[in-house]
Design a protein around this ligand. Structure first.
Ligand code: AHM
Ligand code: MG
Length: 370
């Protein structure tokens, strides 16, 4: 490449976090440090996943987790790496992990102000085949005066201060969103050992004819769900084109594709699993936050244009919601058609059905449930 084409002003995740911190006058730097610890856990999990076949890390660990799923060796390592990162950050007071029945407390860190939920390796049934998996995380701030209890996490997604995921695919891709902000995507540069900002201000397309669901469960689906998916496969209009199906079976990978290309990802509650399969705290709520924040302000402003007035995104979003202006970005609902972000979990491992994706696709789901 010619010299002019080489970018020497690279935005790493570290730089991005520092710049975010300076935007907030009240910031103490604690959140930034917590994110640095998160970032290290993603790097180290990525490292072990890449080497798994070579260093005998495929297969089962011989144990099962809270809900009776067989744990893979990498599930155990991913969980241990994540816990160690959170403990050593000194900023996390309480941690909920899919792999741990009870919340984990770090009382040694008296000044820690954050509560974190995570699925260290989501989609681990795919691991031994080398298919993409990911880590999902959600960050809450402790309630005023709290020293860190599980109640600090049993709150709706609307109170999350940040959430996101890292997908371990052809490269490691990190997606993060903060309260009132946009969605930003980073790609791991293995040579530099840094996540580089490659997808600034991600916006999910308003519609796209792709659906992603485990159709093996269709026998158990409720009628509106069956009718909705049938309508995608057998369009009513003469000459209508059916949707494409894409299902990896790793929520992070299916969600990442949906975020980039548009369409819908669903794991509905059904007759066999009336509460759904996926977990609210560390699967549904953080993904819902990413999908909702990945939106353009007004559906008539093309998504490729920058915000012309430089008005804070959070403010514009509120104006749009209050005045019922349709938003072009993503939506996420549970199986009762409630906004996923407003669902309050009953317990730390509570489950939910979920439909998430492009604005128009979720509107169709709603119609079939009316
Ligand atoms: P896990 O946390 O035990 O890996 O399970 C969650 C995964 C999701 O990544 C994925 O969307 C779903 O389970 C796939 O389930 P199924 O195999 O029933 O289609
Ligand atoms: Mg999971």
């Amino acid at each position: 490449p010619s010299v002019e084409k080489i970018n020497t002003d690279i935005v790493t995740l570290t730089r991005f976090l520092t710049e975010e911190q300076t935007k907030h006058k009240e910031a103490t730097g604690d959140f930034t440090l917590l994110c640095h610890a998160l970032q290290f856990s993603f790097k180290s999990i990525a490292y072990y996943i890449r080497r798994a076949t070579l260093i005998n890390l495929t297969g089962l660990a011989g144990s099962s987790n809270t809900t009776g799923d067989d744990q893979k060796k990498l599930d155990v390592i991913g969980n241990d790496l994540f816990i160690a990162a959170m403990r050593s950050s000194g900023k996390c007071a309480v941690l909920v992990s899919e792999e741990e029945e009870e919340a984990i407390y770090f009382p040694e860190h008296k000044n820690a102000r954050y509560a974190v939920a995570c699925d260290p390796i989501d989609g681990s049934s795919n691991l031994d085949a080398g298919v993409s998996v990911g880590t999902i995380f959600a960050i809450h701030k402790l309630a005023e005066g709290s020293e860190g209890k599980k109640e600090d996490l049993l709150k709706p997604g609307t109170e999350l201060i940040a959430a996101g995921f890292t997908m371990y695919g052809a490269s490691a891709q990190l997606v993060i969103t903060m309260k009132g902000g946009g969605v930003n995507g980073f790609t791991m540069d293995n040579a530099l050992g840094e996540f580089i900002l490659t997808h600034p201000d991600m916006r999910i397309p308003k519609s796209r004819s792709i659906y992603s669901v485990n159709e093996g469960n269709s026998l158990y689906w409720e009628e509106p769900v069956k009718e909705y998916f049938n309508s995608l496969k057998f369009p009513a209009e003469e000459g209508g084109k059916p949707y494409s199906a894409r299902y990896i079976g790793s929520m992070v990978a299916d969600a990442y594709r949906t975020l980039l290309y548009g369409g819908i990802f669903a794991y509905p509650a059904d007759k066999k699993s009336p509460k759904g399969k996926l977990r609210i705290l560390y699967e549904c709520a953080p993904m819902a936050m990413v999908f909702e924040n990945g939106q353009s302000f007004l559906h008539f402003i093309p998504v490729s244009l920058p915000n012309p007035y430089d008005i804070p995104a959070a403010f514009l979003l509120q104006v749009c919601i209050k005045s019922n202006v349709p938003l072009a970005g993503g939506q996420a609902l549970n199986s009762k058609m409630d906004r996923m972000m407003e669902v309050v979990p009953d317990g730390i491992h509570d489950r939910s059905g979920i439909f998430m994706g492009s604005y128009d696709e979720i509107e169709k789901v709603k119609k079939f449930h009316k």
